[in-house]
Structures are given as C-alpha cells and as structure tokens.
Write a protein that binds this ligand. Structure first.
Ligand SMILES: [Zn+2]
Length: 280
C-alpha cells in the first residue's frame, strides 16, 4: 500500500479523551473511608481454586476480595440482586475509567440504568500503577476464560473455565437451570490480574499477578448486589489458563456492615436519567 505524503502529520494528531470524566458525579471517598474505618464483618465465603462462589451485599455495605494461600486471579460478575438484567458493564466502565480500575473508580451497570453499582474504596495493589510493559492490575479488558474459545483454539472440552464456574455458581444460587443461568454471565472485572497490550502488535497480554496472600481490594456496594467470583484456572495467570496445569488457590470474599451513622449523607444512585424515547 502506498503511504500518503502526509502520513507523519496524520499520525502526529493529538489524541482526545473519549469521555472526559470531570462531569461524572464524584464518589464521596471521605464518607466511604469513614464507613470503612469502623465496619463490622457480617459474612464470609471462599471461592475454591478453579471454582466460583456467590455472595450478596446489601446497598451501603462493603465487600472485600482477598488473596489467601497463594497468588490468584479472580473473575468477578455483579448483578442487581433484585433484577439480574441489570449487571456490570465492563465495556462502559473501561470507556469511562480506562483499561484498569483502582481506588476511586466505579463499576457501572448495563443500559438502561447505567449507574454506579460499586465503588473501589481501598486496594493494597494501588502501588503497582503501570509497569515497563504497559501492564496494570484489575483489568476491565478481558472477557473471562471460557470453554468456547478454548474449543476454538485448542479443541477439547474444559469445564472449569471462569465462564462455566460462574454459570454453575449462579445456577446454584438462584435455582435457574444451567441453560437459564448462562446468558446472565457477562464480561468480568479481572481482580488481581496483571494485563496490558503489547507496544508493538497491540496484543492482549497477561503476566504473573503481583498479588500476594494478604492483599485485598474493597468495594462499596452502591445498590443491592449479587456477586459471583471465580478463582481462575489460570492461577496467577503467569503462563496459561483454561487447563488444570497452573497452581491455583482460593479467594476469600468478606462482607462488612458500615460503621453506624457514617452514611447519613449517602444515597443509592437512581437509574440513569435518559428518558428512553429514542427520538420517537
Ligand atoms: Zn478465568
């Protein structure tokens, strides 16, 4: 292909941020940290290695995902506890906050509600930032490891991908059949996963997670939540996933009630204000 004479000039055009977030409603982090400072644990569950667990978090409560035993990545799905059709929207969260999320970023719901469903209020891996390869932690890029892509690329039938783990867990929690539960499973937040895009070819890469036992990330539930977390068969995702070869560890999920009286000024966010008339 001929390169146009003004190729350099075209490439030199400055990028523009797609969604300047200055006008987004700012999370009140001071209130959240007061709620967190005196919080009381009310529940705990463990996502076993290569399997998933579900958990419920009332609005205004806090949930924590912790590394225990060894470095492990988790694939997180979130739904409105009272309406599974309102769920985490990875693509819009990425468009608003970037490829990786950290303290102060929010996880947004699908259309038509498009509202914050959870806010990240503490993260012991905040120090990581972006490494020399362009890798960061907690991505909202990846979709979830699944048996369909595995079959496409390598053939075979592997049942303990995050997609199937999340499907079984949601089915167990709700009583829905596997076939009914599966369409509710959606693109994830990759908790503790270290990923980026290669500088030369722009390919999605992963590398061994910097997470260590004792590390954790805290989320504030903006609405009543049903969560499902899969301890990915990729373990720390340093080599491969979608197989039983990587060392895998459980992930701990804890739910906390906020310190009394700290949320008097907080309100659960209402659904999005667009009137849905779509020009008709
Ligand atoms: Zn996975």
């Amino acid at each position: 292909m001929p390169i146009p004479d003004d190729a350099a000039a075209r490439r030199a055009i400055q990028p523009v941020i797609c969604y300047p977030v200055e006008t987004l409603p700012k999370p009140d982090l001071a209130t959240y940290s007061r709620a967190r400072a005196g919080m009381t644990k009310i529940g705990e569950t463990l996502a076993p290695a290569r399997d998933a667990a579900t958990f419920e978090v009332p609005a205004g409560h806090i949930f924590r995902i912790s590394s225990v035993e060894g470095p492990q990545v988790g694939d997180l799905n979130l739904w409105n506890l009272n309406d599974l059709s309102e769920r985490f929207y990875s693509g819009k969260t990425r468009a608003l906050h970037g490829t990786h999320v950290d303290t102060g970023d929010r996880l947004w719901t699908s259309f038509p509600t498009l509202r914050p469903m959870a806010t990240i209020i503490h993260d012991t891996l905040d120090w990581y930032g972006f490494d020399e390869f362009g890798g960061g932690v907690h991505d909202v890029i990846g979709t979830r490891c699944d048996p369909y892509t595995g079959n496409l690329l390598q053939g075979g039938q592997y049942h303990y991908c995050c997609h199937s783990n999340l499907t079984r867990a949601l089915s167990d929690h709700t009583g829905l059949s596997l076939a009914e539960a599966e369409p509710h499973v959606h693109d994830v937040m990759n908790v503790f996963m270290c990923t980026g895009f290669t500088h030369d070819t722009g390919q999605y890469f992963m590398k061994a997670s910097p997470v260590r036992p004792g590390d954790y990330i805290d989320f504030f539930a903006e609405i009543d939540l049903l969560g499902a977390l899969s301890a990915c068969p990729g373990g720390d995702c340093g080599s491969e996933h979608s197989s039983d070869t990587a060392p895998c560890f459980p992930l701990k999920i804890e739910v906390f009630a906020p310190a009394a009286g700290t949320l008097d000024s907080w309100q659960s966010p209402p659904p999005n204000g667009y009137d849905r008339s779509h020009g008709r």
